[in-house]
Structure formats: C-alpha cells, structure tokens
Design a protein around this ligand. Structure first.
Ligand SMILES: *[C@@H]1O[C@H](CO)[C@@H](O)[C@H](O)[C@H]1NC(C)=O
Ligand SMILES: *[C@@H]1O[C@H](CO)[C@@H](O)[C@H](O)[C@H]1NC(C)=O
Ligand SMILES: *[C@@H]1O[C@H](CO)[C@@H](O)[C@H](O)[C@H]1NC(C)=O
Length: 778
C-alpha cells in the first residue's frame, strides 16, 4: 500500500485547495473542506428513513446472500457497476446505496493509513498493539486471535460513529525472506507454518462473530500481498516493476502457504494481489494466480483486490499492456474484483466498448464485492439494530484493550543473552538506573508502521522509571552519525545498572525503504561498547527494530550482560520492557526470523528469490530451513529466567503407510509417494507427547517448537517447523504438551514441480531440545 494516495487523488486535493483559495469566503468552499465529524455509520437499505426500499429483495434480510446480490446486480446499469470496482465506491441514490470506502487498515490496531479511517474528537485514539513481527514471537495462537478480536471490536465501534469502514486490508502474510526488507516488521517472520498460523488466527479474530453465524462477518479481513512480494526499494530496484523469479517449489512451499491457509483455514474474505511480477507476469493480471489458484483451487469466498495503484504500475512502470483499457480488461479477466485506485473506474467502460471484457465479468466482480458487504450486514439497514450496534467510543481504548497491548509486547519480547547475575534486575537493589540510547524515550518509534493514534504511550524510560530512579541520556539520534559518548559514559559509570535502548525506526526500515546494512546504524555500536566498558553493574542492550541486527560485537562482549529484542512493541512497549527487565514477567518470546551477520547481506543479492542454496553459484540459501552458514541468532532462539526439562512420553519410532495391492512402490524402491491422491496416508496420524518440567525458581510460559528434518529427497528443507505449543508452568510443576500429527500433511514435502510428496525414510523430529528418530515406511 502506498502511503501517498493515488496521483489523481493528490491532484484533486490540490485542485480543491486552489478553489478554496479563490472562493475563500463563499459557501462553495465549505464543500471542499475535509469531511469532518460524520457521526453515524454508512449503510444501505435504510428502510426506516425510506420505506420504499423495503420492496427491494436485496434489502430483504430473510433471503440468502447470493439471491440478494443477484437482485441488486440486475438493477444496476453498467456505469453504476463500474463505480463499484474501485475502493472509493459509487453512490446509487435511487436504490439507497451510499458511498462506501473499502480501504481501511488494521495491521496491529485501527490505523489511519487508509482513507476509510478517521480519528477525530469522538474517537481520537485506538489501541496500538506491537508490530506483528513481535506478536508472532509469542508463538501464541490464542494471543494472535485475541488481538484480532479486540481490533475488530474497536473497528466496529468506530464504524458505528462514522470513523471507520468494515473492510480491513490486514494482515500482511508475506514471508520475511530477506533481512533487509523494510516491511518485514509487518509480517509474522520467515517461516511458512508460523505465518500461516498467525494469519489464520488474526483473520478469525477479526472476522468471526460472537453469535456464531458462520457466513456473516464482524469485519472483513484481507491477506496480502499475493505473492512473492518482499522487495520495496533496494538499490533502486522497486516493487512497482520488480519481476520476482520464483521456482514452483518455492512458490508452493514458502510463498503461498500463508495465503492458502488464510483462505482454506481462516475463511478470509479477501486476498490482495501485489505490485510485483511473478515470473514475468504482474500478479494482479495473472489468470493462473487469481482465477486459477485463489478462486479455483482454494475457493475464496470473498473478493480479490489490487494493491493501491497496482494497475497504474502495471501500465506505467511495467509497460505490460499497450493501452490502459487492456490493463483493465487483463485484470478483470484474470479474476480481479476490486481496484484500490481509480483505474478500473476510468478505463473499464472503454474496455467493454472495445470488446476486451464482457459485462458478465464485471457482474462477477461486483457480485463478489457486494456479497462481502452483505455478509457484513451493510445491506441490513441500520447497524444500530444489529449485533454490534451497541459498540461505540466507550469500547475503544478500554483498560482491558490497553492491558492486552502490554501483554502482547511482554509475550513477544525475546531474551537473547543473559549472563548469570544480570537479568532480572531487582528494583530494590537498583538505586540508580542509567537509561541510554536513541529509542529510550521516543514514543512514536514503538508503534512502527501502519500505526493509528495510540490510546497512550509508555516509553522505555517511562516504564523503567516507574520502578526505579533513572538517569537518561539519548547518546545520539537513530542515525547516530556522532555519538555523545562522554556524556553517556558519565551517567553509566555512576549507575548500578545500564539499559541501552538502540535499534532502528521508520527512517531505517519501512515500506518503500529496504536496508543495505543490517548492523546497528552509525555509531550505535560504538556507543554501546564505550558505555559497557565503564559500567560497574549489568548492561542490558535492548534492540528495538523490525528486522534482525548483526550485534555479534555485543554477543561477544562480556561487559554486555544481557540482550533483549523488543520489535516495535506498540503503545505499551516501555511498560512491557520494564515487566521483563524487573522480572514481573518471565520472557518467553522466540525469534520468528534468522538474525544474519552483515557478511550475509554483503554477499547475497536481495533480488535473488531462491530459498534453496545453490552450491554452483555459492548462493547460501535463505532462512533456517535452507541456510547453513553462520548466524548471529537463530529462528526460535529465546531464553527464560527459569529452566525447563523435556521428556518424551509418547512418540512412535515407526509409522507405516498401507499401500494397496499392485502399488508401484511395493515392487520398486520409492523415495516418496503422492500426498494428495494416495489413499494410504489419508487420515493416518500419530501423537507426540512431551512432558515439560519447570525446574527453576520462576513461573513462566514455555514455547515448544516441533520441527522435522525430513529425508533428503526433493531438495527438502534441512529442517522445518511442523507445529508449536505454549504451556504455562509454576516452579517445580510439570505438564504435557501434545501434538497430533498427520502423515500426509506433516511428513510431506513439496517436490520440484510443486506436488506434495510424503517422504519415506528417516524423519528426525526436533522437539524442544530433544531429537527423536521416526522412520516412515510402507
Ligand atoms: C465475451 O463473451 C462471448 C460469448 O460468451 C465470448 O465469445 C467472448 O470471447 C467474450 N469476450 C471476452 C473478451 O472474453
Ligand atoms: C553500510 O556500512 C558500510 C560499512 O560500515 C558503510 O560504509 C555504508 O555507508 C553503509 N551504508 C548505508 C547505506 O548505511
Ligand atoms: C497466550 O495468550 C493468552 C492471551 O493473552 C494468554 O491468556 C495465555 O496465558 C497465553 N498462553 C501462554 C501459555 O502463555
């Protein structure tokens, strides 16, 4: 999504400013002022005000969605339908249909990024949760869904007072393929299983209604950006015309799984296609990717939308079609339903006139859009009389919601290094705490991108200062061209302990800006090292960032006694940090992505989309699934203040797949068998039970990651995540974590041409810190 609206909209805005300038005193000007203080929801079929609408079947709540949609579409002229193909949709007054703005965002709280959301004095703020990269580090599906639920409650509350829409273009389920990507912070990390589970849970939290009506939506979610999109602007290579060259295998086992899960398991109401091309075709104009896969194979129940101005880019930046009308026709014929931007509004009529697109295709598109609005109750009359009609300003930024924002940050924070005697700090024995660094006292940095207007901020300095007396030195700004080393050393030398809050912000990594270096910016490392050298107590390095940082210098420096990663932790980030630093909360977060050394990015071309290593070219591969080289920290790393012991109580050594008489693999040796069509592996499952004991002194939540190293067939990953669970244990207590695995699903890999194959032979399961060998035979 572009932060700046479509060019046309900017022009329109300038035009209106100009008009206002000339007619400054006239009434005419008022019309062009920014719309302020709409105080009620936008909805269709307002039969209370206009009883004649009652006669329209599309307003009849007793009919099914498709009957109502068919009735509505029949009543519209082609011109009217075309106005329904863009995010700022048209008005049809004679049918009681008001203008609807499709573009609202809720990546980690209701955001003002899209024009559908406005903060004003009625609802000035909304709860700002951590950026998803930190939330995903909690590995807690309940948390993912609970956040979604709270966000949709706040969205409905804001909708009811005219400040937000019902269609949210969140979450971002792209894979964080390369540490330089500026938007990695928006994602759930580098692993397809984690990203899928994050996406599904967040979508459910947003969409599922409390009355259990399965086909109705609380708000509509959207999984974006389909697909293989993860370059924004790197050395001048831009997302708008980048051609991602992706193998079928990588597409099917890395890039597409989260989208597939969103649709099949999350029942998401929308998928957004990306700006880039995949193998030479723009995703928003690719019939196979849209009509073929999303609609055909996965059976999306909802609408497919473009990223904002994707069609402009397809034409202007990619020169993919000869005329604007061809672009419009290409995308509609490929299966697109809605255009963020104005392209389809302008060029669809021409495309029809030229015979490039049939009206039936436009009917399909608007039907998918209307069906989504029907499922939201938009055509059911006044929302005040519907399930969420009572929600309003009082339901936004509640105490509970703000506490959940703090809880989410606590659950996500990852403890990466902890020398004995360092963390947690005892607030009683710390008389003076030096708090140093560019991110120590900046509220805005904590909320990351796609932010809203948070209820209230607690910075690290505020949070730490609530428990102990602090002395603060900024040290330098984020770019840290010249660190004020001497001042920082002075306060550090006099303090009982030091917390350095370093890292990045949106000037370093963001949408439209990928990184070159993955080291701490400028002289930040120097500042850390210098401060550590004079400190007499614990030195806690806190990294606030979206992406991983090469902090090897600090890992190796014994004077840096602890390292914490806090992502962009949201509005309550400083409070959550203090909870962890003082041991009010025992950290349980795990890294959702590999932290590479700088040498990795020096060597690897960001535009190389391959996940798998290539010994011929020296390409080292990507993510813990394929990369074997040195790391600073690994996917799944994260320490606790207590210790846990694992015992495997149930795990089979052999699993046998029954094959029917005459199956080819009964006579010849097979490395793998088909996972989809094979009868033998259907419904074949097994259990893994792991006893976990908390043998330390502090209660805590423990994350158990279950990986497998499959047999080395079909260029399979060296290791990949199958599932994860979280368990809370008081000191000296124990519990059992249970995994139920499905042979077809969990012991299969994607082969070179994109087919799922069950790999026969030795699977090494990694369960917590244990390894277990399981042989799969026929
Ligand atoms: C429009 O529909 C007609 C009749 O089904 C078909 O022959 C024609 O190919 C279609 N045109 C396009 C551009 O798809
Ligand atoms: C990356 O780091 C190198 C070496 O420290 C430095 O010369 C260069 O200016 C940095 N590049 C950017 C874009 O920060
Ligand atoms: C997962 O998150 C939920 C919601 O915040 C929380 O209640 C639960 O305790 C968490 N689970 C664990 C094991 O920490």
């Amino acid at each position: 999504m572009k932060k700046n609206r479509a060019m046309d909209e900017i022009k329109k805005h300038q035009y209106s400013v100009l008009l206002c300038f000339f007619f400054i005193l006239s009434h005419f000007c008022l019309q062009f002022k920014p719309v302020s203080a709409q105080t009620s929801a936008v909805f269709a079929c307002d039969t209370a005000t206009n009883p004649s609408l009652k006669s329209f079947p599309f307003c009849d709540v007793s009919l099914g969605v498709s009957a109502r949609v068919n009735d509505l579409v029949k009543r519209l002229t082609l011109q009217e339908k075309i106005t329904m193909l863009v995010n700022t949709a048209g008005t049809v007054s004679r049918l009681g249909i008001p203008k609807y703005e499709w573009w609202s965002e809720a990546l980690h709280g209701i955001s003002y990024t899209g024009p559908g959301v406005k903060f004003n004095n009625i609802v000035p703020h909304a709860t700002s949760f951590p950026q998803p990269i930190l939330t995903s580090a909690s590995f807690n599906e309940t948390l993912f869904e609970t956040i979604g639920k709270v966000v949709s409650t706040e969205g409905r509350a804001m909708y009811n007072v005219g400040q937000a829409g019902l269609t949210y273009w969140s979450p971002n389920v792209n894979i964080y393929r390369d540490p330089r990507w500026g938007r990695g912070q928006e994602t759930a990390g580098e692993d397809p299983t984690l990203s899928s589970k994050y996406g599904v849970a967040y979508v459910k939290g947003l969409q599922q209604r409390d009355d259990g009506k399965k086909d109705m939506l609380k708000v509509a979610s959207c999984c974006k950006h389909y697909t293989a999109y993860d370059i924004d602007d790197w050395k001048g290579i831009q997302r708008y015309n980048f051609n991602a060259k992706v193998t079928q295998q990588d597409l099917d086992d890395t890039f597409n799984p989260p989208f597939k899960s969103c649709v099949l398991d999350g029942n998401v109401a929308s998928v957004m296609c990306s700006y880039n091309q995949v193998n030479g075709k723009p995703t928003c104009g690719d019939y196979d990717l849209l009509a073929g896969v999303i609609r055909g194979q996965w059976k999306l129940n909802g609408y497919i939308v473009t990223d904002c101005d994707s069609l402009n880019e397809m034409y202007w930046a990619q020169h993919y079609t000869k005329t604007p009308e061809e672009t419009a026709a290409l995308s509609l014929n490929a299966g697109l339903d809605l255009n963020c931007g104005s392209w389809l509004g302008k060029y669809t009529q021409g495309a029809v006139n030229q015979g490039l697109v049939n009206e039936s295709v436009i009917d399909r598109a608007v039907s998918n859009n209307f069906a989504t609005l029907m499922r939201l109750g938009f055509f059911d009359g006044n929302p005040k009389n519907q399930i969420y009609g009572n929600l309003g300003p009082k339901d936004v930024c509640t105490e509970d919601h703000q506490e959940l924002a703090r809880e989410a940050a606590r659950q996500g924070i990852v403890l990466l290094k902890n020398t004995a005697g360092s963390l947690p700090l005892s607030p009683k024995s710390i008389k003076s705490l030096a708090v140093i660094g560019p991110n120590a006292n900046l509220a805005y940095t904590m909320v990351g991108s796609y932010e809203g207007s948070p209820c209230k901020y607690t910075t690290p300095l505020d949070g730490l200062g609530a428990s102990v007396s602090t002395v603060y030195q900024q040290g330098c700004d984020i770019a840290c061209a010249t660190a004020q080393v001497d001042n920082a050393k002075k306060v550090a030398a006099a303090a009982d302990a030091v917390v350095l809050v370093m890292g990045s912000d949106q000037t370093i990594e963001r949408e439209s800006k990928d990184r070159f270096n993955i080291t701490l910016p400028g002289q930040q490392s120097l500042l850390v090292t210098e401060v550590a050298s004079v400190s007499k107590g614990p030195v806690i390095l806190v990294i606030m960032s979206g992406g991983g940082m090469d902090v090897k210098f600090a890992v190796d420096n014994p004077k840096v006694t602890s390292i914490l990663w806090v992502g962009f932790p949201g509005e309550a980030g400083g409070a959550a940090l203090a909870d962890v630093v003082f041991g009010y909360y025992n950290p349980s977060g795990r890294l959702p992505m590999t932290w590479y050394p700088q040498s990795y990015v020096d060597k690897v071309d960001m535009t190389n989309m391959n996940m798998r290593a290539d010994p011929k070219t020296g390409f080292p591969g990507r993510s813990y699934r394929f990369y074997k080289g040195p790391t600073v920290f690994n996917f799944g790393d994260g320490l606790s203040y207590t210790q846990y012991k694992h015992h495997l109580v149930k795990a089979p050594k052999f699993v046998s797949i029954p094959l029917e008489e005459g199956h080819a693999c009964r006579s010849t040796k097979c490395k793998s068998i088909d996972a989809v069509n094979e009868q033998g592996c259907n419904n074949l499952g097994f259990d893994i039970h792991l006893k976990v004991q908390n043998v330390g002194k502090m209660r805590g939540s423990h994350t158990v990651l279950l990986f497998t190293s499959p047999p080395s067939v079909h260029n399979a990953p060296q290791k990949h995540l199958l599932d994860f669970q979280k368990i809370h244990l008081t000191p000296q207590s124990e519990g059992v974590v249970k995994f139920n695995l499905d042979v077809c699903k969990h012991l299969s890999v994607v082969d070179e041409v994109g087919n799922r194959k069950v790999a026969l032979g030795l699977h090494v399961l990694h369960i917590g810190d244990l390894k277990h060998s399981l042989t799969l035979r026929i």
